[in-house]
Design a protein around this ligand. Sequence first.
Ligand code: SF4
Length: 339
Amino acid sequence: MQKKLLQVKNLQKYFFLGKNQALKAVDNVSFDVYQGETFGLVGESGCGKSTTGRTIIGLYGKTAGEVNFNGKDVHKLTEKEKFAFHRNMQMIFQDPYASLNPRSTVKEIISEPMEVHGIYKNSKERTERVYQLLVDVGLNREHANRYPHEFSGGQRQRIGIARALALDPDFIIADEPISALDVSVQAQVVNLMKRLQKEKGLTYLFIAHDLSMVKHISDRIGVMYLGKMMELTESKALYKKPLHPYTQALLSAIPIPDPDIEDKRERQIVQGEIPSPIYPPSGCVFRTRCPHAMEACSQSIPEWQEVEERHYVACHLYNEKIVGPDKVREMVASAHDGN
Ligand code: SF4
């Protein structure tokens, strides 16, 4: 049995805007991440996936719930424990240019976390480590004395990855690490992350809005919508048999590179705009855009249920008490390849 490295339990992150107004960016989200796996967290922009990542690493305080890393609640760590935690959990950001100090050389950028954490006190050793990290991420030692503006977007993201690896962490939160890159470069960065994971035994939380690329790196995937988790299962199962209407629509929006299949395909388009997280719809938050919405959907929040083995979904269509066991069986059987 794989070890649970990260446990997120009923996590809430609200941003309070006034006395009676709260933006519910993350609302009762729970999932585990096992050692050595990649957990993909996906959803449209504004669904709360990046806020979830930032609350996990402690950039934001939580409103309620728990984040346990290696068995310890990360929001209750002492200053000394926080120092060790930040060595073990690192983050890669979406915009590689904005996250690198333009006035520092690549060597200074990558060696900074080592200096802060007092690793390799000897500067020669630190420099050797920088050179090794540059090679690990597909750059070379000659790049060490250059500045971020001298690199392409893909190379800058490689520098961001090298910096995240500087402290030899166990866990990396990659917050949309490829969204700012060209498609061809996206594949290179994903392949690099996969190789590094194998070589260094890393565990990833990979946050993205593009389901097509997440498929290639994730072992399991959680789908978020308006601050809530809608569906969670193994990557293959999610693409083969998406159960939640929102996941079905997201997958159906991915183009298939075969014109014959693409022409015959029936698309499920999500209508309308994502509602405001300050005034989320009652009951199921997806009901204002869901083609299957029924009366119960506005009256109660769907339960988080394991509908098939290791396949969880929050939708009344799979609740036997609401639609009956025959309908649930029919829904599960009719769910088909969304891609
Ligand atoms: Fe659609 Fe209702 Fe399921 Fe929500 S609970 S996804 S509105 S069918």
